[in-house]
Design a protein around this ligand. Sequence first.
Ligand SMILES: Cc1cc2nc3c(=O)[nH]c(=O)nc-3n(C[C@H](O)[C@H](O)[C@H](O)COP(=O)(O)O)c2cc1C
Length: 327
Amino acid sequence: MADIENKPDFYIGDIPIHGRLILAPMDGLSDATFRRITRQLGSAYSVSEFINTLDFAYSKVYQRKRLFYHEEERPFVAQILDNDAGRMAENAAYIEERFKPDMIDVNLGCPARTVAGRGAGSACMKNPELVKQIFEQVCKAVSIPVTVKIRLGWDDNSMNYLEIASIAVERGAKAVAMHARTTKMAFGKTVRWEHIGILKRAMPVPVIGNGSVTTVAEAKRMFEETGCDAVMIGRAAKANPWLFSWRDREEVPMEEVFYLAKYQLRQMLEINPENAIMPFRKYLKAYLEPYNLPREEMKRLLTCSDAESLVELIDAVHQRLKAETES
Ligand SMILES: Cc1cc2nc3c(=O)[nH]c(=O)nc-3n(C[C@H](O)[C@H](O)[C@H](O)COP(=O)(O)O)c2cc1C
């Protein structure tokens, strides 16, 4: 019985994947603590924030921060971003050897000017020859599965996701994640899930759909409309990491919200005692948004720079809200 229950939902190469919702990699958001929390809540695996090997290949501080992960996050995926196939292969091999991730993901989706402007991230999709070289060399350089994260293409006139995904897969990529927008669409309102379905039908490897999933119903709709193997959730996870346990924000009891906020702060302090509170504030603000706290109260929470006092403030807000709902 246990074996049957433990059956993976799908495989990426030889890596069994349990679960069909995945936290998207997000620079400045998907740090080790947040990833661990989302894994505990049900995200199927963890992907690092992008590791920019254009500039920081051998910066120890950068590496420590970006490649630090908890064992229980496994499968852990290290995502690299660059515009030079040789350097990417060299770095992928180094990362495998030194940090022992379970997979390497190649970022072909980042639209930031500082990245795409240099021919990396989503700009690689304009250069199929470069994509060939990247996958030929990176897949040869490592023994773990390599995956790719793409967009639809550069703009409406160059939606070449099928070509790019095929190039990657033919050279060894074992899964394709696609954010259903072009680079020009950036993070705009429109999102074109229908292309995730087209990609899924064309690919012999798992396809992970991504783009503006904010509720359980939307996640289910993406599965139904596209047939994708998994759904990747980015921005909405910041306010609702419980999405990974298939719960919308309004279904989450207040007790859990406050418990998680304090747990996250403690974990962040453990990893980085000097610089935990500042990065923690953006999650706290998002978690507490639904309670419409008075401006002054929210301001006190978001300007407090002492960990002990912050925990006390969080507890006080919790007690006040609890008393209000009980009365
Ligand atoms: C703040 C931020 C940082 C991001 N950083 C990365 C990154 O490091 N690597 C990556 O592949 N995508 C990155 N993305 C893109 C997300 O992974 C995802 O594709 C995008 O946000 C769309 O999904 P969503 O609509 O669920 O947010 C980032 C997005 C945001 C908003």
